[in-house]
Design a protein around this ligand. Structure first.
Ligand code: ADP
Ligand code: MG
Length: 366
């Protein structure tokens, strides 16, 4: 396929939520692919199975669909369900018994938040709500009042305030409201991937609006996933994913609102209470969606100065950042895997080797 054909397909497909798989187009074996699309976690989730007979593929994806809907209900902070109930309990200073899967996700959230130095923090739900990013639709109008932002920042709500007694959860701080939007998709796709493997589905792509887990390969070729160029309606590069790898991108180009020429994006810096501005897109190549998703969010918050240390501390090594001025930063591990689409990268990537991780005993104890 020529770059031009790729481009056309990208634009024609309307799937440019930041990822696509070229392999699927080139293979031209539609009878061997089974696709299912659902709307969960505020995005279209596409499940593609390769090489399965239609009956078993339909059964496997139907079950995955039910699991995704259930995770959406249990893990969505702003719609009726378990997490909304937990948030109400925490605000009232009460404890609540939760499903073991939610308890495990919250523990993982604490570990990841700790490793990120508080840049990723699913305890900032009140801030997310204040900015209006709790709904699937884009917020309109003016940013919230400075005093309201400042009040929430000063309260410093954090997932670190949660205490676990088995699956019973309490918080030492009533201002904590959980919003798992920064890593719920990754955790859900990890669960679906494990289910697929357990059910014998050996070749599949799970794509949640550009956040992708792959299983196996695509007819002997790796699944090829594109990374969107946040400035134009096109892909800027692609990565061939090995079996079990994931590629997650967080960016400020999809969910944001604009006022007075300024863009306010849905990734918030818990330390300031304001949306991140410097970094437009972060992609993380990893082997676990939960960590990749959290890390992509954390590195967007970390910004140009701090992201290499935060990446090292969170344990991710293949990272691509795109800054607002168009600069590209990539770790050697990412650069070795990233291929330009359309004749070259939009800018020469600056190669950034990561420093050694600085282990924090407090995080290791979680
Ligand atoms: P996307 O959903 O586009 O993949 P992210 O994975 O970065 O993007 O998730 C952004 C969502 O995470 C926001 O909509 C909000 O619900 C939540 N969020 C925003 N800022 C943070 C943060 N600093 N830490 C944890 N979660 C956050
Ligand atoms: Mg994320």
């Amino acid at each position: 396929m020529t770059p031009l054909q790729v481009r056309r397909w990208v634009i024609a497909g309307g799937l440019l939520v930041s990822a696509l798989y070229f392999g699927a187009v080139r293979a031209a074996q539609p009878e061997r692919e089974f696709r299912e699309t659902l709307y969960v976690f505020g995005t279209l989730v596409e499940l593609v199975l390769y090489g399965e007979d239609e009956v078993s593929a339909a059964a496997v994806t139907a079950e995955a669909g039910r699991e995704l809907q259930q995770r959406h209900r249990d893990w969505h902070a702003w719609q009726p369900g378990e997490l909304e109930d937990l948030n109400a309990a925490l605000a009232a200073g009460e404890s609540m018994e939760v499903d073991p899967r939610l308890a495990e996700l919250l523990r993982e959230g604490q570990r990841l938040s700790c490793l990120s130095g508080g840049r990723f923090d699913p305890g900032i739900g009140a801030l997310v709500e204040l900015w209006g990013f709790h709904q699937d639709t884009r917020p309109e109008g003016a940013p919230p009042a400075t005093e309201e932002i400042e009040a929430l920042r000063a309260a410093h709500p954090s997932i670190m305030a949660l205490h676990f007694d088995g699956t019973r959860i309490t918080s030492t701080d009533r201002s904590v409201q959980l919003d798992l939007g920064g890593f719920a998709k990754g955790a859900a796709l990890d669960r679906i991937g494990a289910k697929f493997l357990a059910q014998g589905a050996e070749n599949a792509v799970l794509n949640a609006g550009g956040d992708v887990n792959v299983i196996g390969s695509h007819g002997g070729r790796p699944w090829r996933v594109a990374i969107r160029d946040p400035f134009v309606w096109s892909a800027m590069g692609s990565v061939d994913l090995q079996p079990g790898e994931v590629l997650y991108t967080s960016g400020n180009y999809e969910r944001y609102f604009e006022q007075g020429g300024q863009r306010f994006a849905h990734i918030l810096d818990p330390r300031t209470g304001y949306p991140v501005a410097e970094i437009v897109s972060v992609s993380v190549l990893d082997t676990r969606g939960t960590r990749a998703d959290a890390a992509a969010t954390a590195l967007a918050v970390a910004g140009r100065a701090d992201w290499p240390q935060v990446a090292a501390d969170m344990g991710v090594s293949a990272v691509l950042l795109i800054a607002g001025d168009g600069s590209l930063y990539a770790t050697p591990e990412m650069l070795a895997r990233l291929r330009p689409v359309g004749g070259g990268f939009p800018a020469e990537p600056q190669v950034v080797p990561l420093p050694a991780a600085v282990p924090d005993p407090a995080c290791a104890a979680l």
